[in-house]
Design a protein around this ligand. Structure first.
Ligand SMILES: [Cu+2]
Length: 493
């Protein structure tokens, strides 16, 4: 700015003449100062009050102030660059027919010294200003981690909460030094809020009292989210297993936007909600009535904690443990059976016995089908530490179970016969016989291979994949039979 305007060497390179350079510099300086003063006033007084994120909270207001200050600092720089650029285009351009080069310039000490001094002063003062603006408003609405360094002056944080009784008297009141705590829980794909000072109820609605300092304890149940209450100027990452603390003090009542600011999966954009800042009395009546209305649900919640690990919830833990057991395919297979129920419900609008029978058929078919495959790839499963049955049990026990499940499966297919008709029943009997013969053969081969009996030829290879391939053809044909006999005009009992 000043450096550019006071550069006599550059204009002299043009055709303006040696005395024109100094005059140009003076004019540039005067115009730059006048324009900068006008523009800075406009930025500070006209544009500033509309800059994001507004003034709904203390942290929002301080962010708006910071952005306005930065705007005011940047304005003379932008005007200086544009003014010099325009001046050079208008007055210092090459005259027609002038083929001479401009005078070469080497190290202008004044320009260098001014440039280094001015830019250093700007950057250093911004560093000081920025640091102060982070500390003074207690973290400026940003997440400070589990142990915040900067806390709102004159507040204390309650450490233990009465969550045993969902109707316990609130331990927070307006106008005291006890800071209001709100736990923000991110999960795919919603925000929930827990109010530990009001019996620890959890709700999908964020409501805050005006003029009271708030401590957000931000955490997540699954992936990384980011809690962003736009008009409050609060933004804090929500990490699973971490309590991220952020402070603010709402200054004006009204609505504010809450959204997730960390791409967290396919419905990330759906984590969009509104919160509300209300009067002290409106907040107290909302919080106390919500505590009462949610009391029965609060009892079912895990105890209030700063972080939660969903994998240790008792019910989930049981499933996780079962999937690490040799019965994994029996349990996991159930998930694969649900399509018949879902399909039936989608078409018929209900679930009846034939649908449940089909569920049972696939449920009982899965273990023989998959254990046969797992016998073939036993070593791979063992190397990956997955306790498939063939890894943990001797082959003869595996094939014995295969035979048992096969009988149960064929029985289940016959249970459909009263509904599907006699043609289906014949098909199920034929296919079932085919399956049982191959299941017995596999069992025999394994036993013979393990302990070859006299007179019988020992099979060194049990060939479990024969049953595996057969099982796929079997199920395909069985369901073709179900579909075709359902369409036939005859074949019912
Ligand atoms: Cu998210």
């Amino acid at each position: 700015m000043a450096a550019e305007a006071s550069s006599p060497g550059v204009p002299a390179a043009g055709a303006a003449g040696s005395t024109g350079g100094r005059r140009d510099g003076l004019w540039l300086l005067i115009i730059w100062i006048v324009l900068s003063v006008i523009a800075c006033l406009l930025v500070a007084l006209v544009w500033g009050p509309h800059m994001p994120p507004g003034r709904q909270s203390s942290s929002a207001a301080s962010q708006q102030f910071d952005i306005t200050v930065l705007g005011v600092i940047a304005t003379p720089v932008i005007i200086g660059v544009l003014l010099y650029f325009g001046w050079a285009l208008a007055f210092w351009r090459q005259k027609p027919g002038d083929e001479t080069d401009a005078a070469p310039i080497h190290g202008n000490t004044r320009i260098q010294a001014t440039w280094i001094t001015v830019t250093s002063a700007i950057v250093l003062s911004l560093a000081v200003f920025g640091t102060y603006e982070l500390i003074a408003p207690a973290g400026a609405g940003a997440g400070e981690g589990p142990q915040p360094i900067w806390k709102p002056a004159g507040t204390v944080a309650q450490a233990s909460f009465d969550c045993g009784s969902a109707t316990a008297a609130p331990t927070w009141k307006p106008g005291t030094s006890n800071i209001l705590q709100v736990q923000v829980i991110g999960q795919q794909w919603a925000w929930t809020y827990r109010y530990p000072q009001f019996g620890c109820f959890e709700t999908t609605h964020l409501e805050l009292p005006v003029g009271e300092p708030v401590q957000f304890n931000v955490t997540s149940l699954d992936v990384i989210h980011s809690f962003w209450a736009y008009q409050l100027g609060v933004k804090a990452d929500a990490n699973p297993g971490v309590n991220n603390v952020a402070y603010t003090t709402p200054q004006h009542t009204g609505q504010f936007v809450v959204r997730c600011d960390e791409l967290c999966g396919i419905w990330h954009g759906a984590m969009y909600d509104y919160g509300k800042v209300v009067s002290d009395s409106a907040f107290m009546s909302w919080a106390q009535s919500t505590q009462v209305s949610l009391a029965s649900l609060t009892k079912l919640l895990p105890p209030y904690a700063l972080t939660y690990d969903p994998t240790v919830l008792s019910s989930l833990g049981k499933v996780a443990q079962q999937l690490r057991s040799p019965s994994n395919i029996v349990i996991g297979g159930a998930a694969g059976c649900f399509p018949v129920l879902v399909g039936w419900a989608a078409v018929k609008g209900t679930v009846v016995i034939p649908a449940i029978v089909l569920f049972a058929v696939i449920f009982l078919w899965t273990p023989p089908h998959f254990w046969a495959l797992a016998m073939k790839f036993r070593k791979d499963y063992a190397a990956a530490n997955v306790p498939m049955l063939p890894v943990v049990a001797p082959p003869a026990e595996v094939t014995r179970k295969i035979v048992w499940y096969s009988y149960a499966m064929v029985a289940a297919t016959l249970a459909l016969a009263p509904y599907a008709g006699w043609i289906y029943c014949m098909a199920a009997l034929g296919l079932g016989g085919w399956f049982l013969v191959e299941a017995h053969r596999l069992h025999d081969r394994v036993r013979a291979g393990v302990a070859p009996a006299g007179g019988r030829r020992a099979h060194p290879r049990p060939a479990p994949m024969r049953l595996f391939h057969l099982s796929i053809a079997y199920l395909t044909l069985l369901f073709v039979a179900v579909a075709v006999t359902a369409l036939l005009p005859w074949g019912r009992w």
